[in-house]
Design a protein around this ligand. Sequence first.
Ligand code: UDP
Ligand code: MG
Length: 298
Amino acid sequence: MTIKNNPADDVISIIVPCFNEESVLPAFYSAVSDAASSIEGAVCEFLFIDDGSSDLQHFTEKDERVRFLTFSRNFGKEAAMYAGLQNASGDYCVFMDADLQHPPALLKNMYHAVKYEGYDCCAGLREDRTGENPIRTFLSRSFYHLIGNACHLDMGDGKGDFRMMNRAMTDSILELKEYNRYMKGIFSFVGFDTKWIEFHNVQRAAGNSKWNFSKLFAYAMEGMFSFSTAPIVWIGNIGTAIMISSILMTLFGLLVHVTSMFHLVCLILFLSGLQMLFVAILGQYTTKDYMESKQRPI
Ligand code: UDP
Ligand code: MG
């Protein structure tokens, strides 16, 4: 079966992870169909990944461009994105959230960038967080600052999943078969020339965010531990600092009169620091093994 009218057309696979998005999907489908019809030289297929929704109905009239993949339960957005890529047949693949927070109008520019401007990927860069809960904004910004220092990968605030990639980049991502996935890290890890297109934050068209605080926290930790061994180094540094402080305190205690309790505290501090250092050294070996177990391509 082909969805092309003209054999020379490219196929763009639009991958949409959906978790209880019944209220917004018809609007999404109509807005993205309109945007897709304005792209010359390409046709779009829709891959809706139903990530264990309780309410998702097949909302379209028979449209051969549309496919549904249904999970047996909620496995999370990362699993949905991976399943989407595995099943996408397009020359280009693009991830879009179902809630219309990713402006469909950008699809045309993205296609132009990957088809004619020599980029492998064209990604949306959300330049503000207007309308978002301020606590979430603060926590997200802090996290991206932290992970930026820890990972040496390009995972800044606003650089999300909304992006169109060519086949080479898509296949490279599929080569990373690790179970604990953090797509923002994976995009950056595989490399490739990426063009960034800025867009303003848009409110969700309907429904609520599917991420509560604990889910977001777990996701943030996933990102940190999937791509960085820096926390182990930090522990080692803290242990070393504690040891040095305890030695300085002991020297100070030898110069002025202090109680024997003071020396005991110094000794306990020294041993605690030493233990942290040993844990960090052990951690270095363990994390090497952990990273090897992911069997990422060399
Ligand atoms: N999503 C999913 N599985 C989940 C959580 C979210 O497939 O377990 C989908 C959701 O349906 C949406 C996209 O991921 O299409 C982004 O979710 P959401 O809009 O809730 O995230 P936010 O914009 O608040 O970060
Ligand atoms: Mg959203």
